[in-house]
Write a protein that binds this ligand. Structure first.
Ligand code: HPA
Ligand code: MG
Length: 218
């Protein structure tokens, strides 16, 4: 059987009970189950860091997509640094942070970056690694890649911790993927629901009560 390049998680077959992990009291009633425990996330991020270093051909501009990507970005960069201090292959890193706004209302699906034109010019000739929390439909990432390529980088690769198995996917698959997850709304490890749950270490499935409790109130 062909080995997939990511860990395929199938909710139907297994989810961890909340009772078996430490969950902040303030989120206990809003969650269905633990999908990926924090320790497993960390082990997987360490492996992705190792692969990225092995395959790097020069200095990397590691580009964090805020806000959801921040925890994955922080842990990934830490593991890359650890590899260096352990006497492994050395890859110089510079760090960049971007916010991507997508205008879902518009048919073009165009995205707007938080970087100035001048800051984007800095990408010219560089090896960029975009770090994202989740690829869902893939629309935002495809648009972001198109936009970045206008600034003539040497290469652009993408690391996404999660990829969602959804019928709405446009088929886009990043170079580095941590886990493929079922078509459910997940939170934790910086992934949010209306800005809540970023302060949760495990990646969990939100329940209906949670969706109501943390819905946007007008
Ligand atoms: N959780 C959090 N943010 C997201 C998700 C999700 O499941 N899908 C797209 N953005
Ligand atoms: Mg995101």
């Amino acid at each position: 059987m062909e080995q997939k390049k990511w860990i395929d998680i199938n909710t139907e077959s297994f989810q961890y009970s909340l009772d078996h992990f430490v969950i902040p009291d303030h989120y206990e009633d809003a969650l269905e189950s633990v999908l990926i425990p924090h320790g497993v996330i960390m082990d997987r991020v360490e492996k992705l860091a190792k692969l990225i270093v092995q395959e790097a051909t020069g200095p990397l501009v590691v580009c964090c997509v805020l806000k959801g990507g921040h925890q994955f970005f922080a842990d990934l960069v830490n593991y890359i640094k650890k590899n260096v201090t352990r006497g492994g292959k050395t890859v110089p890193l510079s760090l960049e942070f971007i916010k991507v706004k997508s205008y879902s209302g518009e048919t073009s699906g165009e995205v707007k970056l938080s970087l100035t034109e001048e800051e984007c010019q800095e990408f010219q000739g560089k090896n960029i690694l975009i770090v994202e929390d989740i690829i869902d439909t893939g629309k935002t990432m495809v648009q972001l890649l198109q936009k970045l390529k206008q600034y003539s980088p040497e290469s652009v690769k993408v690391a996404s911790l999660l990829i969602k198995k959804t019928p709405l996917s446009n088929g886009y698959i990043p170079e580095y993927v941590g886990f493929a997850i079922p078509n459910a709304f997940v939170v934790g490890y910086a992934l949010d629901y209306n800005e809540y749950f970023r302060d949760l270490d495990h990646i969990c499935v939100i329940n209906d009560h949670g969706k109501m409790k943390y819905a946007i109130k007008n």
